[in-house]
Design a protein. Structure first.
Length: 162
């Protein structure tokens, strides 16, 4: 037997990535349908700012030329979820902005209230999950921290064995 795994003719990595991104869409769709976040849930969503279909104001693109993390918590509006993207209104330094983000551009989704996280390898390159800086959009001054014993983190790495 050989240690070499044969090259797959089925794009499993793309299929799994699409399925996991559908989780993000379903969760945001529930928030849109109910008009708000349940309990203490809130989301950190990181996305590639230069991916096709991403639409953010020019001043934000200049500040975040590669990747940006937003928070969906208290101060958001007009959340619209489509099959392959979402649109949301957020405030950055008191200035309102509308962002349109295809799910294909999302690289991380994190709900700290329950320590659930998904990490996507957009280009298939191996990249360790890094702690993100605080999100730049406005949020309330005081936030509650909820301690959790377990972790529900799912990380998918599709690098090829050599």
């Amino acid at each position: 037997m050989s240690d070499d795994t044969p090259e797959s003719l089925i794009p499993y990595d793309e299929i799994v990535q699409d399925a996991l991104r559908a989780v993000v869409g379903r969760v945001l769709g529930e928030v849109e349908a109910t008009g708000g976040l349940p309990g203490e849930h809130h989301f950190y969503i990181t996305f590639k700012t230069r991916m096709p279909g991403v639409s953010i104001p020019k001043h934000l693109l200049e500040r975040f030329p590669d990747e940006m993390t937003i928070v969906i918590q208290h101060r958001f509006w007009d959340l619209k979820v489509e099959e392959d993207s979402f649109t949301v209104g957020l405030s950055f330094g008191g200035v309102p902005a509308t962002l349109h983000v295809p799910f294909a551009a999302v690289t991380q989704f994190h709900d700290p209230a329950v320590e659930f996280a998904l990490t996507f390898q957009a280009s298939g390159e191996e990249a360790p999950r890094e702690e993100h800086d605080e999100a730049e959009n406005d949020r309330p001054q005081a936030t509650k921290e909820k301690a959790g014993d377990g972790s529900n983190v799912v990380s998918v790495d599709f690098t090829k064995k050599k």
